[in-house]
Write a protein that binds this ligand. Sequence first.
Ligand code: G16
Ligand code: MG
Length: 222
Amino acid sequence: MKGAIFDLDGVITDTAKFHFAAWSQLASEKLGLKLPASFETELKGISRIESLERILDFGGLRDKYTAEQVEELAAEKNGYYLKAIDTLTKDDILPGITRLIGELKEHDVKLSVASASKNAPVILKKLGLFDKFDAIADPSKVEHGKPAPDIFLAGARAVSLDPKDCVGVEDAVAGVAAIKAANMTAVAVGDPEELGKADAVVPTTDDFSYALFEETWEKSRN
Ligand code: G16
Ligand code: MG
């Protein structure tokens, strides 16, 4: 294993609750909708615009807004979201992640971020992790979102590595599909039934380690 390509939300920090709160605020204040709690999981790893399109579909409102209005609504949600994540600090890094980053760096593993979030650099700065990563793939430069492999391929390319030498790290079904489509080894955190396509699934981020990543990579390549 030469590289580890990380999803952000749900792997490095838990921003899903802030995304959901911001979407809920937009839905109730601007769209007259109440979002069911299931949207918090459903929108994980899904881009800003596609998330909004799914919300509009849920409310049967897709045809009511022009493309320009959809962009405005998405920008408004991002405003709510940015306000919410302003309070993030290193205390919001998920358990075991700082240790894992240290272990991977000790073994000269390149680290890159493959998040659907355009806010990834801001979030990593708030967490004090920005300088630990060798690269952050830019989601606005890739054509297809997760489950397409594009963002993970961009993450490997950004650290000049062949995808087959990389482990991708995810918490979402669409993200695991993206990793496998990129021909990487997938390590996931969460429900093993839901994330069954991954090469290894652990219950918490504290179960991640260099040894687990290396062993899973070795096995999946043979
Ligand atoms: C994250 C979240 C998604 C969010 C997307 C875009 O993805 O899981 O819910 O819609 O980023 O975020 P933004 O509006 O900040 O660009 P990931 O890939 O880090 O799990
Ligand atoms: Mg995620």
